[in-house]
Design a protein. Sequence first.
Lengths: 795, 183
Amino acid sequence: MTTRLFGEPVPRREDPRLLTGRGRYLDDLGAGALEAAFVRSPHARARILDIDVSAAIEVEGLVAIYTWEDLPEEVGAPLPLLIPHPALTRGRTARPLARDVVRHVGEPVVMVVARDRYLAEDACALIRVDYEPAEAVVGVEEATRSARLVHDDVPGNVGAHLVQEVPSAAGLGAREAIDAAPHTLSFRLDIERSASMPLEGRGVYARWDADDRSLRIYSSTQTSTSVRMAVAARLGLPLTKVEVIAPDVGGGFGVKIVHPWPEEVLVPWAAMLLGREVKWTEDRREHFVSSAHERAQVQHVRVGFDDAGRVLGLDVTILHDHGAYTPYGIIVPIITATQLPGPYRLGAYRVEFSSVYTNTVQVTPYRGAGRPQAAFCMERTMDRIAAHLGLDRTAVREANFIQPDEFPYDQGLTFQDGRPLIYDSGDYPESLRMLKELIGWDSFGELRARAAAEGRRLGIGLGCYVEGTGVGPYEGGHVQITSDGRVHVSTGLTSQGQGHETAFAQIAAAELGVPLERVSVVTGDTRRFGYAVGTFASRAAVMSGNAIALACRRVREKALRIAADALEADPGDLEIVDGEVRVAGTPGVAVPLATVAVLANPLRYAFDAETARATQFAGTPSPDRPPVAEGEEPGLEGRDYYSPIRSTFASGMHAAIVETDPLTAEIRVLRYAVVHDCGNLVNPMIVEGQIHGGVAQGVGGALYERMVYDEHGQLLNASFMDFLMPYVTEVPRIETAHLRTPSPLNPLGIKGAGEAGVIPVSAVIASAVEDAEGIRIDRMPISPSELFDLRRAAG
Amino acid sequence: MTNIAVTLTVNGVVRRAEVPGRRLLSDCLRHDLGLTGTHVGCEHGVCGCCTVLLDGEPVRSCLTLAATADGHEITTVEGLAGPDGEPSPVQRAFAECHGLQCGFCTPGFLCTVTALLRDNPAPSEEEVLEGLSGNLCRCTGYQNIVRSVRRAAELIAGKGDGGPAGWPSGPVRTSGDTGAEGA
């Protein structure tokens, strides 16, 4: 039944090509294109004195070498600050190639174009850049104290400072509420740097058609429409002469939402200048040192609470490490600040952050985008309150939960989309009840005791979060039914493995009443759909899913109108089943959608028997009416947009049981349980896959992944040998359960699911390790040697 | 630079290429022979995306020089399906079990698992983990890759005729419901 497609775990339509090597990722394209490579700064903070390319000129196969001085003004100007904010008073972005100064190791200085990548790298190796290095600014606290400046015109290295305060119902500010509370605690938390680290790096491939004066760009991006606008503006091309296509993309997780990257400007520019196809494929080391990182924050927390553990006031001060530049504005710390209250009703809340420049790779969103830091802060706070009062950790959370009858619940904050942060729906008590049941919270004591009798040390922990998903401003969908009965769906946002071709086809097939096999979906191709924002913030299913549903409803309405005419029936009596418009309850009276598509497009010229039915002597149209009625358009197609008044709020709660080795301090996750609420599920198989992947990245962030910078700003672990991402052996089996509180904000009642899995993991593991060890955990990730040291310090 | 003539039997077809001595096997397969299904994720032999079968054994094609593969047989992801295009049991299992998301690491996993199950058609849980432990995936959290391996073993053992088992899912509850529903 086509109507059951929504909500079914239908197999992915992407898979046949991806399983047979027929996927088309960026570097699979452009056979024969020239290739670019970059000379990147080996210093974190230096002045460029001279660039000598003379030795490189001799390299066979070399085509061009460009330094900043070679770039036209618009090409060499600083890259856009994508999301300005009034609090970001000193936003700074990089130039595509460094001019005079470099601010982090990996900053591009020279671009080389050659016959292939090997030769381009040969030339890079022969280019001599003379630097005057200076001491680097590394570490967020160091940066605020240091006399050294990342940007000469940014005193104190502070790019942004923002305070949000929500007073208590009685009008008390958070600090007053804390001072007046029966209990208070204050502490400091630290979160390390990590990164999206998709297995396919970035890449861009450009073809300039000199005859047509048009440019086609393929980019491994999370936003093709916005790359198009940015590059067209930079290169002075009319928008209509630029096409941007995101081909198969090998993972994004946030880093590929930033744009235009230096290479996205320079490669098309070089292609135009040289009149040749040019491609650049990022290598792994480049990805480590020249794309983006996230996570690093230092948080100072002060909390006041009553005897039941109810938070009367919470005051959090955050130092956010922004790296060398702020191309994506201050979205990450804003999300930390505003998502920190999670599922809780806080008496009063004050949050303040300073966003600080350091001589390190820039910081932009990575899956979770500030929320893992927020959940770590809030959930560590809940655990501290429980420990202080001697209460069960779940009881303290229950005491603070927003109740199901309190929705919509206004947290009184301004969210990342500039709109009020109002939770639309949720059921946190039920979520916690399900979680306790799934992990066996109440019977854990027996398990722990049994393990202890064998000399083993177990601990249990939990973490809760609320995630604003599906941020605006909008997405659109276009749906066209052609005269062969095929349904062509397109939307502008991009895909990086989320199964959009499947989920959106399910939505369209269910809305239109057609078999799934007849539906095809295209994403991220500006030739098909030019208006879009991008894939980030767990927004694709919410935004494009609903836009496509609305576009389908337009097409359905039109199909019924035309079919009603053909069948001489009332549109209200018609239904679409299996690709046919039928008179409900009258078997045999039906017209296929293929025919409706033919009838929707009055023709002068036929190309087959089917289309002959729409030509002018075929006899159906009334001579008294224009062939295309007033207000109608030819063709059976529709376009619509979904633009929400504000975000929809998904939520989840995770719990883990860990074992810590009494001797080696090795930490092993024995069980990991997830209760997840993203409203209605389009495809539960895909949603679970998203959760699994998020949790695995969360485990990486909790136990293994960190970017190790030395005091000179050198990234010491810029390879997969040293930056430890979890293999199969490091990820526990993940047990899931779904709660469904549909969103009242959108027609399909869905909430985003992409980032959810990663958000509370560090908080959960910290809680469990703390429970196992009886040692306070306030810094993540935690390695065995760090736990070993903590034991020594405690012992 | 003098090129070296190499002859490789790739997916059963004899292929010839003239390559510089430093050319990686991964680049030769991808860019000289146009077999772009083999992916390169790290270029230092850690992620396993570039895994191909060299004389049947999984190797990192990013750590192998094309010249050293001269005269050898290579199987890439493009060669795993049957001659009629019928997906191999491993490919079918990955599709049934949602063992891939972005698909970039997938060819490496498919080659690795193909060799694993050929040598050990009924691996234990531990042997599955060991067999997969040289390949990174950033999307799936490995849960469904492990399931895919078990499912592939079932298919190879001829236990797959009943079609895929239903998607296993935890309880799904709509807020306000009294009982659980199937997904």
